[in-house]
Design a protein around this ligand. Sequence first.
Ligand code: IPM
Ligand code: MG
Length: 353
Amino acid sequence: MEKNIVLLPGDGIGPEVVGQAVRVLEAAASAAGASLNFTERLLGGCSIDRFGTAMTDETLADCQKADAVLLGAVGGPKWDDPQAKVRPEQGLLGLRKGLSVFANLRPVRVHPALVSASPLKPERLAGVDLIVVRELTGGLYFGQPKGRQMVDGHEQAVDTLVYTDEEIRRVVRLAFRFAQQRRKKVTSVDKANVLESSRLWRKVAVEVAAEFPDVALEHMLVDTASMRLVSSPAAIDVLVTENMFGDILTDEASVLAGSMGMLPSASLGEGGAGLYEPIHGSAPDIAGKGIANPLGTILSTALLLRYSLNLPEAAARIEAAVDRVISDGLRTVDLGGSLSSKQMTDEVLARLN
Ligand code: IPM
Ligand code: MG
């Protein structure tokens, strides 16, 4: 089996973590009899520097043709001018939209050996195993109108939160399908006491729930959800929500796992290439030092093997190897250790089989 993977290392620590994760991906895939062709492209700030745009049409076209895309991170102080017309994030958002990956899966598990790395009390962390399904191609991030205008002598800025029933249905359905394979509970998060888009979200969630009689649905307001995520996270199985709510809640959820550097993500649509990336950013403060935690990206390659290449055993092998390095007490700097990105990756590779 031969598969095409586009690598988008991006900015900051992106190239470092992608470079390491690819070693693990290649080893796991080849052990499973798959051979991978890698094509590297620019995305984000590095693409702005080279081409004047955060993502070229050619890069998007290459990603659309690929079986899967592995992304590091985009952005950094160099491109942070709020007046700038081109921003690294445009590349990421354009890529998500261009690949139609409407569902962003962010699984959060707490390794028992990392309980002490989290600021939460250990008893709250016992049994945490949840997935956030974040809607990724609609909502506040993409709604029109969007922009600035002068109104009665004042500068006004507009963002629009808009969803169609179909956009809600497809992502909520996906959340229910995941819940069926898990603890059979979906927590749909909205702000239905205030927002019209949330009232539609809730209505559609109820309709979808009727298709899945074996899965329980609960609704939760987003402010309550932000509290429950830290006060009783083990009660959550699959949490599904609007794009921006999901952005915020997943940063919060990353605290459960001890470090943002640990968490992977998969962005999926209906068929087509999946997009895989760690949930952390480009971490300009440590970029170039070779000390970034590669595990979030390595775990993202496991998701890539599972969801885009249909190699669940290879995926599980990577996840088990990562579990073992953590159990063995190996740590990068973010978790209070001293291993470099490469040393950590060597340790994962050594435990792969
Ligand atoms: C994320 C990031 C992005 C987002 C930024 C970089 C645009 O925070 O993937 O969570 O908001 O989606
Ligand atoms: Mg975010």
